[in-house]
Design a protein around this ligand. Structure first.
Ligand SMILES: Cc1cc2nc3c(=O)[nH]c(=O)nc-3n(C[C@H](O)[C@H](O)[C@H](O)COP(=O)(O)OP(=O)(O)OC[C@H]3O[C@@H](n4cnc5c(N)ncnc54)[C@H](O)[C@@H]3O)c2cc1C
Length: 401
């Protein structure tokens, strides 16, 4: 989100011939624990909120034409649909959402169990009432390549990237934000101060913590709006890579399939490997201090669903695994985008809760519109603002994976 915002800000400033210095502060130079590089890089239009659908439609256009925007990058985009499966309980919602998605420009079709069994012979349709299959404009790509593409192009347009950690903010005499304190990753180096006119807060899963450095969410704040926190925190998610030995295994055109219980899988490359995972329920959220993987979670929670849904997955073998942090918005599991209501020179782009990487092109562009033009010019994202947190009005998305 930070690299995309820098890219769009510099691109727009150039086009409008405006003078604008852009500095990106990143504490993890190798992005070792950034959600972006630990994600599975999926892109879908199967959402329920117009904003999420429109941002992902733009994400598709951008990623498909990445070379036009970012120069010589290879995002390894694999066009392939998502297949969301519903039991009788979720079928009405799936149907309603599909209609809405197609009205907005997505291209997916509903499939009854007989149609699913015919098209995907490896799938067991027991307890499935309906499926929704993305015919076009969905797939997955290499998240690292997208990040590097944004970063390189932002640099080529004049943005600067520095390695350091934001550890505090500075205020002007009117109580507004005027600068940030940056500690160097080298403990021998002194604390630096960076003054800014405007600041974009895009610290992924740690955005709530960084916002608290500016006093956002301080329960004793005299200014009422400052008592509302940015409710974005890390939630650990496991990804397991498995290989298959069974017969009638899902082939290359296998969609990213999501079971009604939330377990998902997709193919990874040409060699018969698959990725899979599932978000736990709130009560079972794992500890978040390390990125260690719980292998029992696969055996007890994921494998039984995989083996039931795809009988050929009965004999799979886990090859490797990793964990990453969802940038989780505990209030309504959706992005918080736009100006802070009190610190009006602070722009937030955080809390995307597992569907953020596909939205990076649209969010970076939206932030550049707000910063440089004072309003949204392309996709209206005003409902995703911070005010909804203050007024306790959740913007709920049906399809959080
Ligand atoms: C397992 C997994 C699977 C996912 N799958 C998908 C998917 O299929 N599709 C999809 O769209 N999304 C997916 N996501 C979600 C997606 O990865 C995120 O929504 C998105 O990458 C968020 O981008 P970001 O730039 O906000 O956060 P990040 O990529 O985490 O970047 C934030 C950066 O801020 C830096 N930072 C934090 N605090 C400070 C500080 N104090 N000072 C300086 N720097 C700081 C961090 O080092 C980090 O590099 C997945 C996530 C995970 C974990």
């Amino acid at each position: 989100m930070g690299a995309s915002s820098a890219y769009w800000l510099r691109l727009k400033a150039k086009m409008q011939q405006k003078k604008l210095n852009v500095l990106v502060v990143e504490r993890d130079a190798g992005y070792t624990s950034a959600s972006t590089v630990l994600s599975v890089g999926g892109l879908r239009q199967q959402f329920s909120l117009a904003e999420n659908i429109r941002m992902s439609l733009y994400g598709y256009e951008f990623i498909k034409n990445a070379k036009t925007h970012l120069g010589d990058v290879d995002l390894s985009f694999q066009p392939n649909g998502y297949l969301i499966l519903a039991s009788s309980k979720g079928a009405d919602m799936l149907e309603r959402n599909s209609k809405f998605q197609n009205e907005l420009g997505a291209h997916n079709e509903l499939m009854a169990p007989s149609g699913l069994a015919q098209r995907f012979p490896w799938l067991c349709t027991e307890n499935i009432a309906l499926g929704c299959y993305g015919v076009n404009k969905e797939g997955w790509f290499d998240p690292w390549a997208l990040l590097m593409g944004f970063k390189q192009q932002a640099r080529a347009y004049g943005a600067q990237f520095v390695n350091g950690e934001v550890t505090g903010f500075e205020w002007n005499t009117q109580g507004g934000l005027s600068g940030a304190l940056i500690s160097s990753c080298d403990p021998q180096q002194p604390l630096r101060k960076v003054t800014f006119d405007k600041c974009v807060l895009a610290a992924g899963a740690h955005s709530g913590k960084v916002a608290s450095l500016a006093g956002i969410g301080d329960p004793s704040a005299t200014i009422e709006v400052l008592r509302t926190p940015l409710p974005v925190e890390p939630r650990k998610r496991y990804v397991y890579v498995f290989s298959t030995q069974g017969r009638n295994c899902p082939g290359l055109a296998t969609p990213l399939t999501i079971d009604p219980d939330g377990t998902y899988f997709r193919r990874d490359g040409l060699t018969g490997n698959f990725l899979c995972g599932r978000s736990p329920c709130d009560a079972d959220e794992p500890e978040c201090h390390t990125l260690d993987v719980d292998h029992d979670y696969f055996d007890t929670q994921i494998w039984p669903t995989l083996a039931t849904r795809v009988p050929a997955f009965e004999s799979i073998k886990v090859q490797s695994s990793w964990a990453g942090y969802y940038d989780y918005n505990c209030f309504d599991a959706n992005g918080v985008i736009g100006q802070h209501p009190f610190y009006t020179n602070l722009y937030i782009a955080a809390g995307f809760s597992g569907h953020g990487i596909q939205q990076t092109p649209a969010v970076g562009r939206a932030i550049s519109e707000l910063v440089l033009e004072g309003q949204y010019k392309t996709i209206d994202l005003s409902r995703m603002n911070f005010e909804r947190l203050v007024h306790k009005e959740p913007l709920l998305e049906d399809n959080i994976v």
